[in-house]
Design a protein around this ligand. Structure first.
Ligand SMILES: [Zn+2]
Length: 471
């Protein structure tokens, strides 16, 4: 198995990745808080995690990924109350919306999507253990983590506790705490709030606790990778480490990978700046999901991704160039005596694989795809395709697409125009039209042309015969 390098936020360095169990990776991903539709910044992170799971599998690892669904926290409670709905009724459509967005972007499903409200007993057990060990205390029906007990607090984020003076407020909170730096594990319920019974009275879990309890429930006390957005590093992930390691006395996640922010037109995305997008809004404006996936993949996950509509148009154009190469390949003859793309396919696969193993360098992978595509075009133009070359190229593109998930146009045809994905069907229609023309049945020929146009296929009549392409 090839050596893999990742940048571990814990320790802030690039280094070799070695899973606990040879050939197997267990990783946890902070999932959506389902109080609203996901915005494209959330989706950038989810897509990074999709590329990570696909990349690890591409390199031969078996992957178990768990992504939580936060269906109880301050925001879901506040919005459900404002809408006059129960928590479940309020979050249900946003859970559906989240899965729809994953499907739209061809993000593979994780192995498990645990919901916070389905794991309250595990969370209570963890808090009980922390109280028993002296890492947590009860105040006013709530339970807090006692940060002064945790010697290495701050090692993920570099947050220096000594710099936070007593009395300074790091987070606004109306509860009674021994120390302002302490964070809440269990929140006592206020009147009218949804709550669960606990040894400390009715209440609900704090957000940080949810991820600790669910990750360890599904992946064990120590697992390989924990991911999220950079905005999760502090305090969320720092607090997850503090609670989990204080509970078990063992290391929690061994590698921490974080996706950088998505910005829009060079600015922070925000509703007040008017540059805030959900995927559904973009789809309503006619944005192609495939171009969206390409664009969100094309910047290295540790760099800020600048989303612009021009960038999206460029992504579409880049995909067209690759489709065009595929089209030409399918219509070219293998007329040379010897194959000419054996070495090129081997080199491209090697370079692509190296990029995957180099801290998931998807931008590098895309560079290899375009370099290779150029070689294929040159070979076609020179009439150098030989026995097996077409199949060889198709096999390599399919292998690349195990990671990228954007190269096969047929996989992205909407279900209702499924036929358009079927090249053979298009070829047959084009041939039928040609026959109609030859027998001077222009009405039928035009009907077929219109039919194809409705599927997004344009026909061009050339001296060599008709050619078609997707628009
Ligand atoms: Zn989390």
């Amino acid at each position: 198995m090839r050596a893999v390098t990742f940048y571990n936020t814990l320790g802030r360095r690039l280094g070799p990745f070695e899973p606990l169990e040879l050939g197997k990776v267990r990783f946890y991903t902070c999932g959506p808080t389902v109080y609203n539709h996901a915005h494209i910044g959330n989706l950038r992170t989810f897509l990074f995690e999709d590329l990570l799971r696909r990349g690890l599998r591409f390199l031969g690892y078996e992957v178990t990924q768990v992504m939580n669904v936060t269906d109880v926290d301050d925001k879901t409670i506040r919005e459900a109350a404002a809408a006059g709905l129960s928590l479940d009724d309020y979050t249900a459509p946003y859970i559906d919306s989240f899965f729809e967005d994953l499907d739209t972007l061809h993000i593979e499903r994780a192995e498990e999507y645990p919901r916070a409200t389905h794991h309250i007993p595990e969370m209570i057990a963890m808090v009980e253990s922390l109280v028993a060990k002296g890492y947590a205390y009860v105040a006013d029906g709530s339970v807090f983590f006692r940060i002064a007990e945790d010697d290495d607090y701050g090692r993920l984020s570099g947050f220096d506790l000594a710099e936070v003076r007593q009395g300074e407020r790091v987070a606004s909170d109306e509860y009674d705490k021994e120390d302002v730096r302490d964070f809440v594990l269990w929140k006592g319920a206020k009147p009218e709030e949804p709550s669960w019974d606990s040894p400390w009275g009715p209440g609900r879990p704090g957000w940080h606790l949810e991820c600790s309890a669910m990750s360890m429930r599904y992946l064990g006390e120590t697992f390989d990778i924990h991911t999220g957005g950079v905005d999760n590093i502090f305090p969320h992930h720092e607090n997850e480490i503090a609670q989990s390691e204080s509970t078990t006395g063992k290391p929690f996640a061994r590698y921490w990978l974080h996706a950088e922010h998505l910005i829009v037109d060079g600015e922070k995305m925000s509703k007040s700046a008017g540059n805030f997008y959900t995927l559904k809004e973009l789809l309503a404006q006619g944005v192609e999901p495939r171009a969206m996936r390409y664009l969100l993949s094309s910047t290295h996950y540790r760099k800020k991704l600048n989303f612009t509509l021009e960038g999206l148009a460029d992504a579409s154009a880049a995909l067209r160039r690759l489709d065009e190469m595929r089209f030409r390949l399918d219509h070219a003859r293998e007329e040379a005596a010897e194959p000419s793309l054996v070495a090129a396919t081997g080199e491209a696969l090697e370079r692509f694989t190296e990029a995957v193993a180099d801290d998931l360098n998807v931008a590098g992978c895309l560079g290899t795809v375009f370099g290779f595509s150029k070689k294929v075009n040159v070979a076609i133009e020179a009439g150098e395709l030989g026995p097996g070359d077409r199949e060889r190229v198709h096999r390599l593109l399919a292998r690349f697409d195990e990671l990228l998930g954007v190269l096969d146009p047929a996989a992205w045809q909407p279900a209702e125009t499924g036929e358009a994905g079927d090249d053979a069907a298009i070829d047959a229609l084009v041939a039928e039209r040609q026959q109609a023309r030859e027998s001077r049945d222009f009405v039928r020929a035009d009907e077929i042309r219109d039919e194809l146009a409705a599927l997004g296929i344009a026909i061009e009549d050339t001296p060599q015969g008709p050619r078609w392409k997707r628009q």
